[in-house]
Design a protein around this ligand. Structure first.
Ligand code: KIV
Length: 269
C-alpha cells in the first residue's frame, strides 16, 4: 500500500478549523521521538496523551501522570517530528483553577514546541478554557468519557445513553467552543450523541469510541498497533499485531544467540 502523506507544510489551527465539513482529521498519540517521526507526515495531529501513564509507565489509570513527565515526552515528540502539530495533554491536577492552568500552560509553551494543549471538562471547566484562550493558549477540549474523572465517576462510563445526557453533552460542547477552543475531542459516547454534538458546534469534533459521525478520529498508537495487551476497548481496531510480531522477533533473536547463528561473519568486525 502506498503511503499518502498529509498535505501540510506545517499544520496550524486555521487549517484544522477549516477541515470541518471538508476533510476528516486523523490524530494519533505518540510518546517518543522514534514513533513521532514515523507518524509525522501521515497524521494531521499528534497527541502526547496522558494515556502514556498506562501504556508506557504501566500505571492503572492516567491520574498519576505529572507535568514534568508530560513535558519530557512532548520534548521527545517535538524533536522527532518537528513539522507535526503536537498537542500536549494537561495531566490531572494541573488545571484545577484558571490561574494554575495558565501558569502550567505557559510552562508547557516555554519548555516544549507543543502547538496546543488539551484539557478535559465541559461546562464545569469552560471558565478555565476561556482564561487560557484569552491569554493566547490554543486549547483542544475533551468531553464525554473523561479518563481523568475515572475515580470521581466510579469507572469509565459510556456517555449519551439518555436524551438528558445528550443535552448535557451538547451544552458541554457549546460551552467549550464559546470559551475559544479550536477543536474538541469527544470520547466514549453513543453514536447518536456524537452526531448531535458534531452538528451543534462549528469547531471540528474528533471522536474516539464515538462512531464514524465526527469530523475526525483519534486512537492511542499502542492500542491501534496492537502493543497494549492488557485489554482492547470495543472501539479500537488493531492495524498491526505489534505484541505478537515483537515477541516473535525477540524469540528468533534469542534462538539465534543460543545457536550461535547470530552474529554471523557478515555481522562481525
Ligand atoms: O490520553 C490520551 O491518549 C487521550 C486520547 C485517548 C484522546 O486523551
Amino acid at each position: 500500500m502506498s503511503i499518502i502523506k498529509n498535505d501540510f507544510e506545517k499544520m496550524h489551527i486555521t487549517k484544522i478549523k477549516n477541515a470541518k465539513n471538508n476533510k476528516k482529521l486523523t490524530m494519533i498519540t505518540a510518546y517518543d521521538a522514534l514513533f513521532a517521526k514515523l507518524f509525522e507526515e501521515i497524521a494531521d495531529m499528534i497527541l502526547v496523551g496522558d494515556s502514556l501513564n498506562m501504556s508506557f509507565a504501566g500505571q492503572k489509570d492516567t491520574l498519576s501522570a505529572t507535568l514534568d513527565q508530560m513535558i519530557y515526552h512532548t520534548k521527545a515528540v517535538c524533536t522527532g517530528a518537528p513539522r507535526a502539530f503536537v498537542v500536549f495533554d494537561m495531566p490531572f491536577g494541573t488545571y484545577i483553577n484558571k490561574d494554575e492552568a495558565l501558569r502550567n500552560a505557559i510552562k508547557v509553551y516555554n519548555s516544549t514546541n507543543a502547538a496546543a494543549i488539551k484539557i478535559e471538562g465541559g461546562e464545569d471547566r469552560a471558565h478555565i478554557v476561556k482564561h487560557l484562550t484569552s491569554n493566547s493558549i490554543a486549547v483542544m477540549g475533551h468531553i464525554g468519557l473523561m479518563p481523568q474523572y475515572v475515580r470521581s465517576e466510579g469507572g469509565y462510563k459510556v456517555r449519551g445513553k439518555s436524551q438528558e445526557d445528550i443535552q448535557q453533552l451538547i451544552k458541554d460542547a457549546k460551552a467549550i467552543e464559546e470559551a475559544g477552543a479550536f477543536v474538541l475531542v469527544v470520547e466514549g459516547v453513543k453514536k447518536e450523541a456524537a452526531q448531535k454534538i458534531t452538528q451543534a458546534v462549528s469547531i471540528p469534533v474528533i471522536g474516539i469510541g464515538a462512531g464514524n459521525v465526527t469530523d475526525g478520529q483519534v486512537l492511542v498508537w499502542s492500542d491501534m498497533l496492537g502493543f497494549f495487551e492488557e485489554f482492547k476497548p470495543k472501539f479500537v481496531r488493531h492495524y498491526l499485531n505489534g505484541a505478537k510480531l515483537v515477541k516473535e522477533a525477540v524469540n528468533q533473536y534469542r534462538n539465534d544467540v543460543q545457536e550461535k547463528s547470530f552474529p554471523s561473519k557478515d555481522e562481525e568486525y
